[in-house]
Design a protein around this ligand. Structure first.
Ligand SMILES: Cc1cc2nc3c(=O)[nH]c(=O)nc-3n(C[C@H](O)[C@H](O)[C@H](O)COP(=O)(O)OP(=O)(O)OC[C@H]3O[C@@H](n4cnc5c(N)ncnc54)[C@H](O)[C@@H]3O)c2cc1C
Length: 435
């Protein structure tokens, strides 16, 4: 990979998330690790914090640990696009789980979007939440037909508002002719992910939970009825442990690590654009994605000044200076008007895919977990974090249609996804074909 030419980057370019300019990394109060707690949550993203909020408000002495800063993972790095969630649709799930359960599973995705809006409003979290809607661009004619069928034939009772837009009219939604038309989903939303995380963190602390970071959990061992955790700051015992580490799941839970596939996702932010240009690119300020197997996703910043453009241009690369020119080239291919626009930020994070493309939550060997949102966790992580927190409290409202699903892995897979590189090349190739 080649480094970004200097002309591509602004003088104050940062290899860090755009969102961190507005929400600096949190300075937590210096807290000693207590010797015991009712519940220890490993991971301080949306999943961990949402569960911790339930636990702390439910009267449990709760400690949240993060190996880095609070929220350092995907939860302050994502694109802030909020959708209805699960990757598989009713037609995929019904043959596997039966129509009734498949229906309830898809509904969980709808609940996740509704939960996120209710939560933000009821907790009064100022995070630029807006129901801007989504435009999905079809990357070839066949994909447009497929989108049109998907919009026209939605499963009964699972319908969501949507309409199709032919190529001749797509400039109403998007400032490019590269797509073959698209579909609009008006209910989808946008937010500032770091402000959302900051709001959650403040509520968790106000509810009495301790958030201790940096403090990596290093090992979880059985200890009578509960668990003993070795951490970078000493040992803590707890009745319950929740692993909420998603794409950063490491050797502390090898059994879960075998079940998630960490995949890099990369974003760039442009320098502030001329307002007329920004208005031409995405006239209704919707969040945008496409029908490719290796999708691009993008949106304007909440102040409508910059374009935030993301995609999987690599799989395991961790230097965002290397991925910046690759994303810039893809952005300029879609929007030639941006060919000479400079970048102010470039960053990356690891999402967690699963072998069945479903999220998973529950308990394995007594250890709770919730993870595997397949790149769509802004709504799902907060929602399933809330549900797993309720389950840990023994509350029946915590039950979900996903409970009891087996969490698949593959023989010889231990968490190192060597197969991603070839898979990415193959999928990119397919994306160039008219199929
Ligand atoms: C670039 C990018 C763009 C994205 N865009 C979108 C989007 O637009 N819409 C959408 O819905 N989703 C998006 N996602 C996905 C979404 O952000 C995630 O699904 C979601 O944030 C997952 O939240 P989480 O709390 O489960 O995990 P994370 O927020 O990743 O948190 C996991 C935490 O666990 C910690 N950890 C790991 N191991 C240990 C240990 N041993 N001890 C202590 N702590 C540990 C990590 O430090 C990390 O902070 C994107 C992700 C990325 C990377």
């Amino acid at each position: 990979m080649s480094r970004a030419p200097d002309a591509l980057l602004t003088p104050d370019f940062r290899a860090a998330p755009y969102w961190w300019d507005g929400v600096p990394r949190p300075a937590l109060p210096e807290t000693a690790l207590p010797a015991r707690a009712d519940a220890v949550v490993i991971g301080s993203g949306y999943t961990g914090l949402s569960a911790a909020l339930q636990l702390a408000r439910g009267g449990r002495h709760t400690v949240v640990l993060d190996a880095a800063d609070a929220g350092w993972g995907c939860s302050t790095r994502n694109g802030g696009q909020v959708s209805t969630g699960l990757k598989p649709g009713f037609a995929d799930l019904a043959p596997l789980h039966g129509a009734e359960r498949a229906f309830a599973m898809v509904k969980e995705g709808h609940h996740a979007l509704a939960f996120t809006e209710d939560f933000i409003r009821s907790e009064k979290i100022e995070c630029c939440w807006e129901r801007v809607g989504r435009f999905i661009g079809a990357h070839n004619a066949k994909s447009y037909d497929k989108l049109a069928r998907r919009v026209a034939h939605q499963a009964k009772g699972l319908e969501v508002e949507a309409h199709i837009l032919p190529r001749a009219e797509q400039r109403r939604e998007i400032g490019t002719d590269a797509y073959f038309g698209g579909a609009v989903y008006p209910a989808h939303a946008a937010l500032d992910p770091a402000l959302y995380h900051q709001g959650m963190l403040a509520r968790v602390q106000a509810a009495g939970a301790s958030v201790i970071a940096p403090c990596a959990a290093q090992a979880i061992e059985r200890d009578g009825q509960g668990f003993k955790l070795r951490t970078a700051r000493g040992t803590i015992t707890a009745r319950d442990v929740l692993v909420a580490t998603n794409g950063y799941t490491d050797g502390v839970s090898p059994d879960l690590r075998r079940r998630v596939i960490p995949i890099g996702s990369y974003i760039i932010a442009t320098e502030p654009l001329d307002p007329a240009l920004a208005g031409r690119l995405i006239p209704k300020a919707r969040v945008v994605s496409d029908t490719r197997r290796v999708i691009f996703y993008y949106r304007l910043s909440p102040d409508r000044r910059c374009l935030l453009f993301g995609g999987r241009v690599a799989t395991r690369e961790t230097d965002p200076v290397l991925t910046a020119p690759m994303l810039h080239a893809e952005m300029a291919a879609l929007f030639p008007e941006l060919a000479h626009t400079r970048l102010s930020h470039s960053w990356a994070g690891f999402v967690a895919y699963t072998f069945d493309t479903m999220p998973h939550l529950g308990q394995r060997d007594g250890i709770w977990y919730a993870m595997g949102y397949c790149g769509a966790g802004v709504a799902l992580a907060g929602y399933f974090g809330m549900r797993v927190g309720q389950q840990m409290l023994g509350r029946k409202e915590g039950r979900t249609a996903l409970d009891g699903m087996s969490f698949p892995t593959r023989p010889l897979y231990s968490g190192d996804p060597w197969f991603l590189g070839p898979a990415l090349v193959w999928k990119r190739l397919l994306d160039r074909l008219p199929v």
